[in-house]
Design a protein around this ligand. Structure first.
Ligand code: 5GP
Length: 190
């Protein structure tokens, strides 16, 4: 896929995985499906900070039903095994979720560990239903049951991508597309 290079940050990118146009098309399809599935309901979209921001902003433009949104920021700690994984809330929701239909909005799901813990937490707080919408899904990385997204933008092979909310050391989130970083960008930090 070729793209006119006008942004200096483009020079750090080896390959574009999804162009901005691709992302908008994906969000339009997801928005249509979600609008149909939640007809007559007002789902509460829960964006996982910080990566969700561009995806959530694009997705809601394609919803033709009433919806609300709120944000959650968590920190994951990985121990030696899956069972030692823990999630701490850094920024909590401000909405009451009792009896609400929740759609968790995430940029990418890899192992699914963070999401599984979040789903359990929200379930315990009394949500009526919980589904997951993710722009990217890395099925190769999945090692837990109970974090399967209903709404998937597209599947991605096991590569590290940046852009459209996804970062490398907090950078590149502002790229309007999703791409693979040139290897020397990582090596520079070693
Ligand atoms: P997991 O599903 O493993 O619990 O965590 C998913 C999180 O890992 C994502 O929200 C993101 O922060 C990070 N992550 C996984 N794969 C990638 C990737 O390819 N690029 C970037 N920038 N972050 C990733």
């Amino acid at each position: 896929m070729t793209k006119k290079r006008i942004n200096p940050l483009d020079n750090d990118i080896q390959e574009i995985f999804l162009s901005h146009e691709d992302i908008v098309t994906i969000c339009a399809k997801l928005g249509k499906r979600i609008s149909k599935d939640y007809e007559g309901k007002t789902p509460l979209l829960i964006g996982l900070l910080r990566g969700c921001v561009p995806f959530l902003a694009e997705l809601i433009k394609h919803l033709t039903i009433h919806c609300e949104y709120d944000f959650l920021e968590v920190e994951s700690y990985f121990g030696g095994t899956v069972s030692t994984h823990a999630v701490t809330i850094k920024r909590d929701l401000t909405s009451d979720i009792v009896g609400r239909h929740l759609i968790i909005v995430d940029d990418i799901i890899d192992t699914g560990l963070t999401l599984k813990t979040i789903c359990k937490m929200l379930e315990d707080k009394g949500a009526a239903s919980i589904e997951i919408a993710t722009l990217l899904n890395k099925p190769a990385g999945r090692n837990v049951i109970g974090a399967d997204p209903k709404y998937i933008g597209t599947e991605i092979p096991n590569a590290f991508v940046v852009g459209f909310g996804l970062d490398y050391q907090q950078k590149y989130r502002n790229l309007p597309y999703i791409g693979i970083l040139k290897p020397h960008m990582y090596q520079k930090d070693k």
